[in-house]
Design a protein around this ligand. Structure first.
Ligand code: PGA
Length: 233
């Protein structure tokens, strides 16, 4: 399967910065073999429109960073699957540790987001760590669990430079497969252009925060994913 290289921009970037990021990518993204890697960009909800067309032109994929646990209706402030339906979104991140930590999201709520995603033909990318793996798997029916992509995101590795070892990632994958089945498995937490290639030896993809914000650096990550030494400068 093509490796998933997911750029999670979190709450960064203005609409103008999104346009500039894609202009930079379009100037430089000449040799990306899209049968080997699938670049996925996950901007904030309000930036999905700005990212939609350039993502399509590049043949990349678009992800939302979250989803309402409710369908379309009277839920002020929530963004439902219907709200983003025509923007070309294919994936939805759910249960990122920052959502659990700063917004108090529970495994049950995240399970409802997974349900909403799947009912609306989005592939959920469920983020888990050592603490949340078991409760999250238990909150999902096996039928739902086996349709997810699972992202291992150890909290101590996120944004710290303290990335998990390949052995740790490999061992966690076994635990994920025991709970979710043989689902696509990605790792996130301080991955960059130096380390992407190695992580792809034991995963189906990587989730990149900090190293995705600069277009040139993200392109170097993609080069690393393609097994090429990233260009310097
Ligand atoms: P990071 O973020 O690459 O900055 O560690 C990863 C993530 O939280 O998805």
């Amino acid at each position: 399967m093509s490796k998933l290289i997911i750029a999670n921009w979190k709450s960064n970037k203005s609409p103008t910065e999104v346009v500039a990021w894609f202009e930079r990518v379009q100037q430089q993204a000449t040799e990306i073999d899209l049968t080997t890697v699938t670049p996925i960009v996950a901007p904030a909800f309000s930036l999905l429109s700005a990212a939609s067309q350039p993502v399509q032109e590049l043949g990349w994929q678009l992800a939302a960073q979250d989803l309402s646990p409710f369908p379309a209706g009277s839920y002020t402030g929530a963004v439902s699957a219907r709200n983003i339906q025509e923007l070309g979104v294919k994936y939805v991140l759910v249960g990122h540790s920052e959502r659990r930590r700063y917004f108090g999201e529970t495994a049950a709520e995240i399970a409802r987001k997974v349900e909403q995603a799947l009912e609306n033909a989005f592939t959920p990318i469920v983020c888990v760590d050592e603490q949340s793996l078991v409760p999250q798997a238990e909150a999902l029916t096996p039928a739902l669990a086996k349709q997810c992509v699972v992202a291992y995101e150890p909290a101590a590795a996120i944004g710290t430079g303290n990335n998990a070892s390949l052995e740790t990632v490999k061992a966690f994958r076994t635990q994920v497969e025991e709970r979710f089945g043989a689902v696509p498995f990605v790792y996130g937490g301080s991955v960059n252009e130096q380390t992407t290639g190695e992580y792809l030896l034991v995963t189906d993809g990587v989730l990149i925060g900090t190293a995705s914000l600069d277009a040139t650096q993200f392109l170097q990550v993609l080069q690393s994913a393609l097994g090429k030494t990233p260009a310097t400068g």
